[in-house]
Design a protein around this ligand. Structure first.
Ligand code: PMV
Length: 328
């Protein structure tokens, strides 16, 4: 039985957002969501189960972690230990190639990578579907970082039927996500609190009733590679995510002046004839969605906006996979 395994998993940006749970314990969402994996925003994780360890040792970004960050990883290792019927403690080392918690969904790639590395290290061969179900329980959006390319997560009603599948491969469409980083600080309110707070927004059911038709439109836009169909729908959905956050009780404000500057620039760039649309995550950074033919121009324009500190250009990323080079 292999004791050690390493995996890479790509973060994802949602075009239809997951915001609010039907079941918070198992992370069964209220609605279906759609995303694209990001090939330049990934997590690499090595897990080794070792009989000699008295406790789990978790190192993230070169630092041993404790408190709630550690507890979340240990709970996930416990799910894997239960599946494998073992009690062995593990050594985990994980690193992102992008700033943690800056509106790039780091928990998505982190828990997708942990799910794959830990199950392999425990000697389990888990199907993509079951891996997606496992990852979902640690971070909802992590279930969408298991399959490759463009991905849909069908909400389902129970743990066994809430998982993500690929709807198109990374090569299907040369779509790009230029992430304009206006703040690399960790966000103050995590998505766990955000999902719970969503229930208190008076707009929750307005959004939920609009989602089925938007979901099908976004899906169709991806399959037919139609950016003018996709763009307005993803902007609408991104604004609704933030509207939900700002109207929950207590309200959550992820907005910053830099973010608004980028959004307003996008409207100007579009008026100037560039095919670019924005989406947002639960943070201040802006994801600029365009086709590869416009990506250099969009990246150059984004760099010039006041407050943009860095940009990361992504194509569609592949599925979570194992590699032979371990981190220790
Ligand atoms: O997976 P979580 O619990 O971090 O929630 C992710 C929520 C959003 O990133 C804001 C939207 C999404 O669907 O990815």
């Amino acid at each position: 039985m292999p004791q050690k395994a390493t995996s890479i998993s790509f973060s994802n940006i949602a075009f239809i957002k997951y915001w609010g749970n039907r079941d918070a314990v198992y992370r069964i969402p209220l609605n279906d969501s759609v995303s694209m994996n990001l090939d330049h925003a990934f997590t690499t994780t090595t897990v080794e189960f070792d009989d000699k360890l008295n406790d789990d040792v978790i190192v993230i970004g070169g630092k041993e972690v404790d408190g709630s960050a550690r507890a979340r990883v240990v709970s996930h290792l416990d799910r894997v230990r239960k599946l494998a019927n073992i009690e062995t403690k593990a050594r985990v080392r994980s690193q992102n190639n992008f700033p943690t918690s800056a509106g790039i969904a780091s928990s998505a790639s982190a828990f997708a990578a942990l799910s794959l590395a830990a199950t392999r290290a425990a000697g389990l061969e888990v199907s993509e579907r079951d891996l997606s179900i496992l990852a979902r329980q640690a971070s909802g959006s992590a279930c969408r970082s298991i399959p490759g390319g463009f991905v849909e997560w069908i909400a389902g009603y129970s743990s066994a039927d809430s998982y993500a599948v690929s709807i198109a491969s990374p090569e299907h469409w040369e779509l790009r996500d230029v992430v304009a980083i206006v703040s690399a600080e960790e966000k103050k309110v995590g998505s766990y609190e955000g999902h719970a707070a969503a229930q208190t927004s008076p707009f929750l059911w307005t959004r939920q009733s609009a989602l089925p038709s938007r979901f099908h439109l976004v899906r169709r836009a991806i399959l037919s590679k139609d950016l003018t169909l996709l763009g307005p729908a993803i902007e609408e959905d991104a604004i609704e995510l933030h509207m939900m956050a700002m109207t929950s009780r207590p309200p959550i404000y992820y907005w910053t002046p830099g973010m608004v500057r980028v959004i307003q620039s996008v409207q100007q760039w579009r008026a100037d004839g560039i095919g670019v649309y924005f989406t947002l995550d639960a943070g201040p950074n802006v994801h600029l969605i365009c086709e590869s033919k416009d990506v250099d121009r969009v990246a150059e324009l984004a760099r010039q906006v006041q407050d943009v500190q860095q940009i990361i250009v992504n194509a569609a990323g592949g599925a979570a996979h194992t590699i032979e080079t371990h981190l220790f």
